[in-house]
Design a protein around this ligand. Sequence first.
Ligand code: ATP
Ligand code: MG
Length: 218
Amino acid sequence: MSHVIRLEAVRRFYGDYKALDGVSLDIAPREFVAVMGPSGCGKSTLLNILGLLDRPTAGHYWLGGVDAALFSDGERTLARRKKIGFVFQAFNLLPRLTALENVCLPMSYAGVDAAQRRERAELLLRRVGLGAKTPRTPLELSGGERQRVGIARALANKPDILLADEPTGNLDSKSSAEILALFKELHAEGKTVIFVTHDAAIAGSAQRTMRMRDGKFE
Ligand SMILES: Nc1ncnc2c1ncn2[C@@H]1O[C@H](COP(=O)(O)OP(=O)(O)OP(=O)(O)O)[C@@H](O)[C@H]1O
Ligand SMILES: [Mg+2]
């Protein structure tokens, strides 16, 4: 298969409002793609559909050869858990859990046993440079550190595809550069990476930039 993700004429309407108005794209395995475009043009809507957090109103979403647009809620949850890691602009960590527990969480949903969860979460947190901070809760971490926990969590179930919606949108330039370096490493290791950004300099690190306007690609 020459693509890992294919969208065909995907639409997402909110009532009469066309947040996505016929989007088609092919993403090859191991591609590193940036999505740019003005506020409200549909970037998050697109990424949420790619991440199986939302479903199209119409069109096809071929994910590894099957049409995810036809998935039931349960099938979507399972496929998301297995194939996709999602990184959020606002981190979306659970505030009462430690960094370690946040990273363990997706593995517990996937049925990984407690000892393995802990071992892998420790490994991932070391990997993102937070080996010494595993017992901290999000409030005890900087923004850049929170996002690194978010990336470790996204990697918990070994997804092939990493999606990130403005992962550096809440970060200073130094933290942004660190997060970008991590994405580059993960891409070099073989992940397919798609991220949304407002920052042309950050988009410049990707292999390909796709620009959106009014619910479509330009
Ligand atoms: N749940 C919703 N109900 C109604 N309209 C929505 C909903 N979610 C998004 N929209 C609308 O769809 C359009 C696209 O939203 P989306 O969040 O995808 O934009 P975006 O490109 O990510 O913008 P930003 O750069 O500000 O994050 C916007 O006009 C938004 O108001
Ligand atoms: Mg958005």
